[in-house]
Ligand binder design. Sequence first.
Ligand code: ADP
Length: 477
Amino acid sequence: MTNIYGSLINGEWHNVGNEIANINPSESSQVLGHLISANSSQIDDAVSSARHAQPLWSAVKLEDKKNILYAIGQELMDRSDEIGKILSSEEGKPFAEGRGEVFRAGEFYQYYAAECLRQIGESAASVRPNIDIEISREPIGVAGLITPWNFPIAIAAWKMGPALAYGNTVVLKPSELTPATAHSLAEVLDKHLPKGVFNMVQGAGDVGAALSASKVDAISFTGSVPTGKKIALAAVKNMARVQCEMGSKNPIVITKNADIDLAVAQSIHGAFGASGQKCTASSRLIVEDSIHDEFVEKFVKAAELKKVGHALAEGTELGPVVSEGQMNKILSYMDLAKSEGGTLLTGGGRAESEHEGYYLAPTIFTDTNNQMRVNKEEVFGPMTCIMRVDSYEEGLSLANDTEYGLSASIITNSVKEAQHYKRNAKFGSVLVNLATAGLDYHVPFGGRNASSYGPREQGEHAKDFYTIMKTSYTNPG
Ligand code: ADP
């Protein structure tokens, strides 16, 4: 029997409609199941269901809300093996990463469970006598959440946790490439939440487009820049609040003062973790000339030791990329790097495997420059490009020379360089002696320029998006 992933609207599953096959990227002949695409009246029903449930959910006692979010988090953690296996099967990341992501999603819900009790307002003195002012926050209403495939449960968690904690209800549109993970998540949420508080519409971009044009009060999106722009325009038409987290081209500057082994370890983690399919992936390595050759030799050796394989196989360090479409796109960037004049040091194409899947070899180019398209456009795969510079100052200038601005690292033992970089790198996150990927969940996350639009996600700052402020004046008479 095939697995069916339908939509969840007001506590009811809708399992009939147009089907989209869910392919296992580790074994592409295997169909894991079929998602059932929501139709337009189901999308409207999902929004109406969330609208109806919102005042009821908002009125639930804070401690009860906290307990519900905590229990959701606990169940995800307890079932991280089971759901992690489903996630890795359809997304392709190694099982340890899939399980870790589900566990992390649980941590998000528990973090926001505690935030339920931390909703503390402000008071102010008035410029007029005898008047008291209070500043409080209220839910924004119904939030439409449109999520990608690369962190299918963690990203949903970091949007849904604050949405629910601050009294909003939700319609989630997960990626069409990871419907099974979304289905498992929806089952957990449905079990713990009152009907209609969480709704999910499955489907591809057309379903996302319909949701972003619907009467939701806010839309939070993570995905590509072109889609983010469309969603922002649709949201503005309805005067809905919008938050988009999109692509990037994250640099690591490695200076002559760096610990080279640390630089290698962080670059491997940043460039090849999750097969490079992260918006925080380290895709531009900017290395000072005097250490370039030593770094390159060690970096290539370390990359060649990485075991590419089936997501669920013991010992796999890099799984396949998510789909045939993504694989072809990444392969075309590998060809582009060659034609633009980059020197291929390792990889450059598909990796051998006993399985028929979307396996790519970790790929490193050097002798690239920042004018090349491969250093300007997001590749979203296991490929990174090295640029040689004469000084730290040139490195910083190249790092900042991008239309994006999500995450930037420096590897150095110089406090002066580290401090200067933290002050002058024009990115949402700046890291010292760490890769651009791997960020904590209780502090703000987001970028600048084309990487992000709207307020920050994560930590308590997420309330700036999911609440609206009220200023009350009282004249005691
Ligand atoms: P990626 O290429 O990483 O999948 P996308 O931006 O295409 O990035 O997809 C991210 C999410 O946005 C997915 O859930 C996808 O279905 C959805 N999506 C794609 N196109 C649109 C659109 N025009 N409007 C709204 N959502 C969309």
